[in-house]
Design a protein around this ligand. Structure first.
Ligand code: HEC
Ligand code: HEC
Length: 291
Protein backbone atom coordinates (compact mmCIF):
# COMPACT_ATOMS: atom_id res chain seq x y z
CA UNK A 1 0.00 0.00 0.00
CA UNK A 2 2.94 2.33 0.48
CA UNK A 3 4.66 2.52 -2.91
CA UNK A 4 3.60 5.14 -5.38
CA UNK A 5 2.25 7.55 -2.78
CA UNK A 6 2.88 11.25 -2.60
CA UNK A 7 2.48 13.74 0.21
CA UNK A 8 -0.90 15.45 0.48
CA UNK A 9 -0.28 19.16 0.72
CA UNK A 10 -3.24 19.92 3.00
CA UNK A 11 -3.03 17.23 5.71
CA UNK A 12 0.66 16.41 5.34
CA UNK A 13 -0.16 12.65 5.19
CA UNK A 14 1.09 10.35 2.44
CA UNK A 15 -1.50 9.07 -0.01
CA UNK A 16 -1.82 5.38 -0.86
CA UNK A 17 -1.40 6.09 -4.54
CA UNK A 18 -4.93 4.97 -5.30
CA UNK A 19 -6.90 7.52 -7.21
CA UNK A 20 -10.56 7.57 -8.30
CA UNK A 21 -11.66 10.34 -10.61
CA UNK A 22 -9.11 12.68 -9.11
CA UNK A 23 -9.87 11.76 -5.47
CA UNK A 24 -6.77 10.32 -3.77
CA UNK A 25 -6.88 8.10 -0.69
CA UNK A 26 -4.90 9.30 2.33
CA UNK A 27 -2.68 6.76 4.08
CA UNK A 28 -3.66 7.80 7.63
CA UNK A 29 -2.29 5.77 10.55
CA UNK A 30 -4.59 3.58 12.70
CA UNK A 31 -5.76 5.84 15.57
CA UNK A 32 -3.83 5.42 18.85
CA UNK A 33 -6.98 4.58 20.78
CA UNK A 34 -7.56 1.54 18.57
CA UNK A 35 -3.98 0.36 19.03
CA UNK A 36 -4.30 0.85 22.76
CA UNK A 37 -7.53 -1.13 22.84
CA UNK A 38 -6.17 -3.98 20.74
CA UNK A 39 -2.99 -4.25 22.79
CA UNK A 40 -4.81 -4.16 26.13
CA UNK A 41 -7.32 -6.82 25.15
CA UNK A 42 -4.49 -8.97 23.78
CA UNK A 43 -2.47 -8.61 27.00
CA UNK A 44 -5.58 -9.29 29.08
CA UNK A 45 -6.30 -12.48 27.15
CA UNK A 46 -2.70 -13.68 27.62
CA UNK A 47 -2.83 -13.01 31.37
CA UNK A 48 -6.29 -14.63 31.66
CA UNK A 49 -5.10 -17.63 29.65
CA UNK A 50 -2.16 -18.15 32.02
CA UNK A 51 -4.22 -17.70 35.19
CA UNK A 52 -7.48 -19.47 34.35
CA UNK A 53 -8.49 -22.88 32.94
CA UNK A 54 -8.29 -22.42 29.18
CA UNK A 55 -7.40 -25.04 26.57
CA UNK A 56 -9.05 -28.46 26.35
CA UNK A 57 -6.38 -31.18 25.94
CA UNK A 58 -8.28 -34.38 25.22
CA UNK A 59 -9.31 -35.77 28.57
CA UNK A 60 -7.82 -32.86 30.57
CA UNK A 61 -7.24 -29.14 30.09
CA UNK A 62 -4.76 -26.39 30.98
CA UNK A 63 -5.76 -25.63 34.55
CA UNK A 64 -4.29 -22.12 34.88
CA UNK A 65 -2.09 -20.82 37.70
CA UNK A 66 -5.04 -19.97 39.96
CA UNK A 67 -6.39 -23.51 39.77
CA UNK A 68 -10.01 -22.35 39.76
CA UNK A 69 -12.50 -25.17 39.10
CA UNK A 70 -16.21 -24.40 38.83
CA UNK A 71 -17.05 -27.95 39.84
CA UNK A 72 -15.18 -27.56 43.10
CA UNK A 73 -16.87 -24.21 43.63
CA UNK A 74 -20.30 -25.81 43.20
CA UNK A 75 -19.37 -28.77 45.42
CA UNK A 76 -18.17 -26.40 48.14
CA UNK A 77 -21.37 -24.35 47.87
CA UNK A 78 -23.51 -27.48 48.16
CA UNK A 79 -21.56 -28.71 51.16
CA UNK A 80 -22.01 -25.36 52.83
CA UNK A 81 -25.74 -25.38 52.07
CA UNK A 82 -26.09 -28.88 53.54
CA UNK A 83 -24.26 -27.86 56.69
CA UNK A 84 -26.60 -24.92 56.99
CA UNK A 85 -29.78 -27.01 56.48
CA UNK A 86 -32.02 -25.30 58.95
CA UNK A 87 -32.67 -26.92 62.30
CA UNK A 88 -36.41 -27.29 61.60
CA UNK A 89 -35.66 -29.86 58.87
CA UNK A 90 -34.10 -32.28 61.35
CA UNK A 91 -36.82 -31.58 63.89
CA UNK A 92 -39.68 -32.15 61.45
CA UNK A 93 -38.02 -35.36 60.26
CA UNK A 94 -37.76 -36.75 63.81
CA UNK A 95 -40.97 -35.44 65.38
CA UNK A 96 -44.39 -37.07 65.09
CA UNK A 97 -47.32 -35.29 63.49
CA UNK A 98 -49.21 -34.37 66.63
CA UNK A 99 -46.14 -32.84 68.27
CA UNK A 100 -45.38 -30.79 65.14
CA UNK A 101 -48.98 -29.56 64.99
CA UNK A 102 -48.69 -28.48 68.60
CA UNK A 103 -45.55 -26.41 67.91
CA UNK A 104 -46.38 -22.99 66.41
CA UNK A 105 -42.80 -22.29 65.28
CA UNK A 106 -42.58 -25.61 63.40
CA UNK A 107 -46.04 -25.05 61.89
CA UNK A 108 -44.83 -21.68 60.58
CA UNK A 109 -42.09 -23.52 58.69
CA UNK A 110 -44.60 -26.14 57.51
CA UNK A 111 -46.90 -23.43 56.15
CA UNK A 112 -44.07 -21.56 54.45
CA UNK A 113 -42.48 -24.61 52.80
CA UNK A 114 -45.77 -26.43 52.32
CA UNK A 115 -47.17 -23.49 50.35
CA UNK A 116 -44.21 -23.64 47.92
CA UNK A 117 -44.37 -27.44 47.55
CA UNK A 118 -48.13 -27.31 47.09
CA UNK A 119 -47.89 -24.54 44.51
CA UNK A 120 -45.23 -26.44 42.56
CA UNK A 121 -46.77 -29.92 42.67
CA UNK A 122 -50.42 -29.93 43.60
CA UNK A 123 -52.12 -26.63 42.76
CA UNK A 124 -52.29 -27.48 39.04
CA UNK A 125 -54.95 -30.06 39.89
CA UNK A 126 -56.22 -29.09 43.34
CA UNK A 127 -56.33 -25.34 42.76
CA UNK A 128 -54.46 -22.56 44.50
CA UNK A 129 -54.78 -23.03 48.25
CA UNK A 130 -56.55 -26.38 47.69
CA UNK A 131 -59.74 -24.77 46.40
CA UNK A 132 -60.41 -27.70 44.03
CA UNK A 133 -62.17 -27.80 40.67
CA UNK A 134 -64.39 -30.16 38.68
CA UNK A 135 -62.89 -33.65 39.12
CA UNK A 136 -60.33 -32.46 41.67
CA UNK A 137 -61.33 -32.46 45.32
CA UNK A 138 -61.13 -29.23 47.30
CA UNK A 139 -58.58 -30.21 49.92
CA UNK A 140 -59.28 -27.07 51.92
CA UNK A 141 -62.93 -28.10 52.36
CA UNK A 142 -62.11 -30.88 54.82
CA UNK A 143 -64.63 -33.30 53.29
CA UNK A 144 -62.34 -36.29 53.01
CA UNK A 145 -62.44 -39.33 50.77
CA UNK A 146 -59.65 -41.17 52.55
CA UNK A 147 -59.32 -39.31 55.83
CA UNK A 148 -57.90 -35.98 56.88
CA UNK A 149 -55.45 -36.91 59.63
CA UNK A 150 -51.87 -36.08 58.64
CA UNK A 151 -51.09 -39.82 58.72
CA UNK A 152 -53.96 -40.66 56.32
CA UNK A 153 -53.05 -37.72 54.08
CA UNK A 154 -49.38 -38.76 54.02
CA UNK A 155 -50.42 -42.25 52.92
CA UNK A 156 -52.71 -40.91 50.16
CA UNK A 157 -49.91 -38.65 48.94
CA UNK A 158 -47.38 -41.51 49.08
CA UNK A 159 -49.32 -44.16 47.13
CA UNK A 160 -51.85 -42.08 45.17
CA UNK A 161 -55.39 -43.10 44.17
CA UNK A 162 -55.90 -45.56 41.30
CA UNK A 163 -52.18 -45.08 40.61
CA UNK A 164 -49.59 -47.67 39.55
CA UNK A 165 -48.27 -48.01 43.12
CA UNK A 166 -48.76 -51.62 44.30
CA UNK A 167 -50.42 -50.31 47.50
CA UNK A 168 -52.43 -47.59 45.75
CA UNK A 169 -55.74 -46.54 47.23
CA UNK A 170 -58.44 -47.88 44.91
CA UNK A 171 -61.49 -45.77 44.20
CA UNK A 172 -64.32 -47.33 42.16
CA UNK A 173 -67.62 -45.63 41.72
CA UNK A 174 -69.45 -48.26 39.59
CA UNK A 175 -71.07 -47.41 36.24
CA UNK A 176 -74.65 -48.32 37.20
CA UNK A 177 -76.20 -47.25 33.88
CA UNK A 178 -73.53 -48.28 31.40
CA UNK A 179 -73.11 -51.67 33.08
CA UNK A 180 -76.90 -52.10 33.25
CA UNK A 181 -77.20 -52.44 37.01
CA UNK A 182 -79.85 -49.72 37.14
CA UNK A 183 -82.36 -48.51 34.56
CA UNK A 184 -82.59 -44.88 33.57
CA UNK A 185 -85.75 -44.27 35.71
CA UNK A 186 -84.03 -45.92 38.69
CA UNK A 187 -81.02 -43.66 38.27
CA UNK A 188 -83.31 -40.64 38.14
CA UNK A 189 -85.06 -41.80 41.34
CA UNK A 190 -81.80 -42.47 43.19
CA UNK A 191 -80.33 -39.17 42.08
CA UNK A 192 -83.38 -37.42 43.54
CA UNK A 193 -82.57 -39.11 46.83
CA UNK A 194 -78.89 -38.07 46.57
CA UNK A 195 -79.98 -34.47 45.98
CA UNK A 196 -82.32 -34.61 48.97
CA UNK A 197 -79.40 -35.70 51.18
CA UNK A 198 -77.83 -32.25 50.91
CA UNK A 199 -81.19 -30.50 51.03
CA UNK A 200 -81.19 -29.75 47.29
CA UNK A 201 -84.53 -31.44 46.58
CA UNK A 202 -87.51 -33.27 48.09
CA UNK A 203 -87.11 -36.75 49.60
CA UNK A 204 -88.03 -39.75 47.44
CA UNK A 205 -89.08 -43.04 49.04
CA UNK A 206 -88.31 -45.05 45.92
CA UNK A 207 -84.93 -43.35 45.67
CA UNK A 208 -84.17 -44.06 49.31
CA UNK A 209 -84.85 -47.77 48.76
CA UNK A 210 -82.65 -47.90 45.67
CA UNK A 211 -79.92 -46.08 47.58
CA UNK A 212 -79.98 -48.57 50.45
CA UNK A 213 -79.80 -51.48 48.02
CA UNK A 214 -77.14 -50.12 45.67
CA UNK A 215 -75.19 -47.30 47.23
CA UNK A 216 -75.13 -47.64 51.02
CA UNK A 217 -72.43 -50.35 50.98
CA UNK A 218 -69.93 -47.65 50.00
CA UNK A 219 -71.53 -44.31 50.82
CA UNK A 220 -73.16 -45.43 54.08
CA UNK A 221 -76.84 -45.78 54.88
CA UNK A 222 -77.12 -42.04 55.47
CA UNK A 223 -74.85 -41.15 52.57
CA UNK A 224 -72.14 -39.73 54.79
CA UNK A 225 -69.37 -41.52 52.94
CA UNK A 226 -66.80 -44.12 54.03
CA UNK A 227 -63.10 -43.54 54.17
CA UNK A 228 -62.47 -47.30 53.86
CA UNK A 229 -63.88 -47.14 50.32
CA UNK A 230 -62.78 -43.60 49.43
CA UNK A 231 -66.49 -42.92 48.95
CA UNK A 232 -67.45 -39.25 49.36
CA UNK A 233 -69.97 -37.81 51.76
CA UNK A 234 -73.06 -36.99 49.69
CA UNK A 235 -74.81 -34.97 52.40
CA UNK A 236 -72.56 -31.90 52.40
CA UNK A 237 -72.18 -29.02 49.97
CA UNK A 238 -68.79 -30.23 48.72
CA UNK A 239 -68.74 -32.07 45.39
CA UNK A 240 -65.86 -33.47 43.38
CA UNK A 241 -67.73 -33.66 40.11
CA UNK A 242 -70.85 -31.64 40.87
CA UNK A 243 -74.19 -31.84 42.68
CA UNK A 244 -76.48 -30.72 39.87
CA UNK A 245 -78.86 -33.32 38.38
CA UNK A 246 -76.98 -33.71 35.11
CA UNK A 247 -73.61 -34.30 36.77
CA UNK A 248 -74.97 -36.76 39.34
CA UNK A 249 -76.72 -38.60 36.50
CA UNK A 250 -73.44 -38.80 34.59
CA UNK A 251 -71.61 -39.98 37.74
CA UNK A 252 -74.10 -42.76 38.46
CA UNK A 253 -74.53 -43.75 34.80
CA UNK A 254 -70.85 -43.86 33.82
CA UNK A 255 -69.11 -44.30 37.18
CA UNK A 256 -65.98 -42.43 38.29
CA UNK A 257 -62.40 -43.48 38.83
CA UNK A 258 -60.46 -40.38 39.87
CA UNK A 259 -56.71 -40.59 39.44
CA UNK A 260 -54.33 -39.07 41.93
CA UNK A 261 -50.63 -39.56 41.15
CA UNK A 262 -48.29 -41.35 43.58
CA UNK A 263 -45.60 -39.07 45.02
CA UNK A 264 -43.29 -41.62 46.65
CA UNK A 265 -40.87 -41.38 43.72
CA UNK A 266 -41.12 -37.66 43.08
CA UNK A 267 -41.05 -36.10 46.55
CA UNK A 268 -38.79 -36.88 49.50
CA UNK A 269 -40.14 -38.28 52.79
CA UNK A 270 -39.64 -34.84 54.32
CA UNK A 271 -41.51 -33.02 51.53
CA UNK A 272 -44.44 -35.45 51.79
CA UNK A 273 -44.55 -35.07 55.55
CA UNK A 274 -44.59 -31.28 55.19
CA UNK A 275 -47.36 -31.54 52.58
CA UNK A 276 -49.50 -33.85 54.72
CA UNK A 277 -49.26 -31.35 57.58
CA UNK A 278 -49.86 -28.46 55.20
CA UNK A 279 -53.01 -30.01 53.69
CA UNK A 280 -54.39 -30.89 57.14
CA UNK A 281 -53.72 -27.30 58.15
CA UNK A 282 -55.42 -25.91 55.02
CA UNK A 283 -58.56 -27.82 55.92
CA UNK A 284 -58.33 -26.67 59.52
CA UNK A 285 -58.26 -23.11 58.16
CA UNK A 286 -54.57 -22.48 59.00
CA UNK A 287 -54.31 -18.90 60.12
CA UNK A 288 -51.10 -17.95 58.32
CA UNK A 289 -51.49 -20.30 55.36
CA UNK A 290 -48.89 -18.35 53.36
CA UNK A 291 -49.02 -17.31 49.69
C1 HEC B 1 -52.87 -34.81 38.14
C2 HEC B 1 -53.75 -34.18 39.08
C3 HEC B 1 -53.35 -34.22 40.54
C4 HEC B 1 -52.22 -33.76 41.12
C5 HEC B 1 -51.01 -33.12 40.46
C6 HEC B 1 -52.36 -33.97 42.53
N1 HEC B 1 -53.55 -34.55 42.79
FE1 HEC B 1 -54.25 -35.03 44.62
N2 HEC B 1 -55.91 -35.84 43.76
C7 HEC B 1 -56.23 -35.80 42.42
C8 HEC B 1 -57.53 -36.40 42.21
C9 HEC B 1 -58.26 -36.53 40.89
C10 HEC B 1 -57.97 -36.81 43.47
C11 HEC B 1 -59.30 -37.49 43.79
C12 HEC B 1 -59.30 -38.91 43.38
C13 HEC B 1 -60.67 -39.48 43.51
O1 HEC B 1 -61.61 -38.84 43.05
O2 HEC B 1 -60.80 -40.56 44.08
C14 HEC B 1 -56.94 -36.44 44.41
C15 HEC B 1 -57.02 -36.70 45.77
C16 HEC B 1 -56.10 -36.23 46.70
C17 HEC B 1 -56.20 -36.45 48.12
C18 HEC B 1 -57.28 -37.24 48.82
C19 HEC B 1 -58.23 -36.30 49.47
C20 HEC B 1 -59.23 -37.00 50.31
O3 HEC B 1 -60.32 -36.46 50.40
O4 HEC B 1 -58.92 -38.04 50.90
C21 HEC B 1 -55.13 -35.81 48.71
C22 HEC B 1 -54.80 -35.74 50.17
C23 HEC B 1 -54.37 -35.21 47.65
N3 HEC B 1 -54.98 -35.49 46.45
C24 HEC B 1 -53.24 -34.48 47.84
C25 HEC B 1 -52.41 -34.05 46.82
C26 HEC B 1 -51.15 -33.42 47.04
C27 HEC B 1 -50.55 -33.08 48.37
C28 HEC B 1 -50.63 -33.19 45.79
C29 HEC B 1 -49.28 -32.58 45.46
C30 HEC B 1 -48.14 -33.29 45.95
C31 HEC B 1 -51.58 -33.67 44.82
N4 HEC B 1 -52.65 -34.18 45.48
C32 HEC B 1 -51.42 -33.60 43.46
C33 HEC B 1 -55.45 -35.28 41.43
C34 HEC B 1 -54.20 -34.72 41.61
C1 HEC C 1 -68.22 -49.74 45.30
C2 HEC C 1 -68.46 -48.56 46.10
C3 HEC C 1 -69.51 -47.58 45.60
C4 HEC C 1 -70.84 -47.80 45.34
C5 HEC C 1 -71.60 -49.11 45.43
C6 HEC C 1 -71.40 -46.52 44.98
N1 HEC C 1 -70.43 -45.57 45.00
FE1 HEC C 1 -70.69 -43.60 44.53
N2 HEC C 1 -68.73 -43.33 44.75
C7 HEC C 1 -67.82 -44.26 45.17
C8 HEC C 1 -66.50 -43.71 45.12
C9 HEC C 1 -65.20 -44.42 45.50
C10 HEC C 1 -66.64 -42.40 44.64
C11 HEC C 1 -65.51 -41.40 44.37
C12 HEC C 1 -65.05 -41.66 42.97
C13 HEC C 1 -63.89 -40.83 42.57
O1 HEC C 1 -63.89 -39.65 42.83
O2 HEC C 1 -62.99 -41.38 41.96
C14 HEC C 1 -68.05 -42.20 44.44
C15 HEC C 1 -68.61 -41.00 43.98
C16 HEC C 1 -69.94 -40.78 43.88
C17 HEC C 1 -70.53 -39.52 43.53
C18 HEC C 1 -69.76 -38.25 43.18
C19 HEC C 1 -69.77 -37.29 44.34
C20 HEC C 1 -69.11 -35.98 44.02
O3 HEC C 1 -68.58 -35.40 44.98
O4 HEC C 1 -69.10 -35.52 42.87
C21 HEC C 1 -71.89 -39.68 43.55
C22 HEC C 1 -72.93 -38.63 43.25
C23 HEC C 1 -72.13 -41.05 43.91
N3 HEC C 1 -70.93 -41.68 44.11
C24 HEC C 1 -73.39 -41.59 44.02
C25 HEC C 1 -73.61 -42.94 44.17
C26 HEC C 1 -74.90 -43.56 44.05
C27 HEC C 1 -76.19 -42.82 43.82
C28 HEC C 1 -74.70 -44.88 44.20
C29 HEC C 1 -75.71 -45.99 44.13
C30 HEC C 1 -76.50 -46.03 42.92
C31 HEC C 1 -73.28 -45.09 44.44
N4 HEC C 1 -72.67 -43.91 44.39
C32 HEC C 1 -72.73 -46.33 44.65
C33 HEC C 1 -68.07 -45.55 45.56
C34 HEC C 1 -69.28 -46.18 45.39
Amino acid sequence: MSGGGERDPITGHMTTGHEWNGIKELNTPVPKAVWFFLITTFLFSVVWWVLMPAWPLGSTYTKGLLGIDQRQVVAADLKQAAEQAPAWVATVTDTDYAAIQADPALMDQVRRHGAVLFGDNCAACHGVGGSGGPGYPALAAGSWLWGGSPEALAETIRVGINSDHPETRISQMPAFGRDQMLTRPDIIAVLAHVRSLSGAGPASAAGQELFTANCAACHGEEGRGMVEMGAPNLTDATWIYGGDEQTIFATVFNGRQGHMPRWDQRLSDLDRKVLALYVADLAAGGKHAGP
